[in-house]
Design a protein around this ligand. Structure first.
Ligand code: HEC
Ligand code: HEC
Length: 283
């Protein structure tokens, strides 16, 4: 009886929504309030009154930037603030942290790009900046070269079939056999997931992310398995990305590239692949 009580108590603690937890050690006054607000919007982007109007799917920033980016998993926000301004080949321009945040709204969140001087973006930037508060700027280690681009280049129908089996065994219990998610488990493909212009719509990037984050709480796939499951997931349907549809008219957009259209088929084609060939059908 007592044991059951303790277990239940611990279980409910672990399930307290993280957004309800006040951050410790915030500066006093309006800056601290902005940092807390940025954190809360990253945790609960779709229910927070200030941010929900900008998103177009069932995701929240922290579904990919796990623990609001405050961990060592792929997608973390540590050392992020000091990386900007930075040249982004996708936009063909030097962009700020605020630009980068706004761009995730229209790609990963399939929504409308908020203005970079909106409270939504400024508060999120304040939070990301605060994560590095105790650090002196230090040289970043050069990351090891990624094994995934070569695997993507050589992808074949056997990899796709292995990915499908891996998905059923390791992912479907939470994300659904149809990828649509359920309850607090977010959709990984379909109309309510990230669109074809998102970072994770790139197979090599999804493989890197899955390797360090999924299955949630127990990421154990080998590099080859992470690649195969990423190949499978990014071959399933998801919304197209048409850049102009995500830019509110008249709002400044810091990019040289002003036109872009991506679909699952065009992403596969860019990688030299096709869904028909991967699924073992005649081209
Ligand atoms: C579907 C997954 C996903 C969601 C949801 C998502 N992101 Fe991202 N985000 C990524 C990936 C993947 C990258 C890295 C992309 C790359 O390498 O090109 C990234 C990069 C970033 C970066 C740059 C990080 C760095 O170190 O340079 C910021 C800042 C960011 N996202 C903020 C956000 C915010 C804010 C939201 C919510 C409004 C959000 N993201 C939602 C996947 C996601
Ligand atoms: C135990 C349940 C569970 C399992 C198993 C699991 N996931 Fe997840 N997954 C989650 C949860 C919960 C999140 C959101 C994480 C967060 O908010 O901290 C998530 C997030 C994601 C995301 C980013 C958000 C989105 O919906 O696009 C992807 C992609 C993903 N998982 C893929 C996978 C893959 C691939 C596997 C199998 C290798 C897998 N997951 C296994 C629970 C799970």
């Amino acid at each position: 009886m007592r044991k059951l009580f303790i277990t239940t108590f611990l279980f409910s603690l672990a399930n307290l929504p993280a957004a309800a937890q006040p951050l410790q050690g915030l500066p006093p006054g309006p800056l601290g309030a902005a940092i807390q607000s940025g954190h809360d919007m990253i945790m609960q982007t779709g229910t927070n009154a200030a941010s929900k109007g900008y998103i177009g799917n069932a995701l929240t920033c922290a579904n990919c930037h796990t623990n609001a980016g405050n961990n060592d998993h792929p997608g973390n926000f540590l050392n992020t603030a000091s990386e900007y301004p930075s040249f982004s080949p996708r936009e063909g321009a030097v962009i700020t942290l605020e630009d980068r945040i706004a761009n995730c709204f229209m790609r990963s969140m399939n929504g409308k790009r908020p203005s970079t001087d909106s409270a939504v973006v400024v508060d999120m930037a304040a939070y990301i900046d605060w994560l590095d508060r105790d650090k002196n700027v230090e040289a970043l280690a050069t990351p090891a070269p990624s094994p995934y681009p070569a695997m993507v280049k050589a992808a074949n129908a056997a990899d796709y079939a292995a990915g499908q089996t891996l998905y059923k065994q390791n992912c479907a219990a939470c994300h659904g056999a149809n990828g649509a998610g359920m309850g607090s488990f977010p959709p990984v493909w379909g109309a309510r997931s990230y669109n074809a212009g998102a970072g994770l719509a790139n197979i090599a990037k999804l493989a890197t992310w899955v390797k360090g984050n999924m299955p949630l709480g127990n990421p154990h796939l080998s590099e080859q398995q992470a690649f195969q499951v990423a190949l499978y997931v990014d071959t399933q349907p998801r919304p197209d990305f048409v850049l102009q549809d995500h830019l509110p008219p008249g709002q400044a957009y810091n990019a040289k590239v002003q036109s872009e259209t991506d679909s699952v088929a065009s992403n596969l084609k860019k990688a030299g692949l096709s869904a028909a060939a991967l699924q073992g059908q005649a081209p």
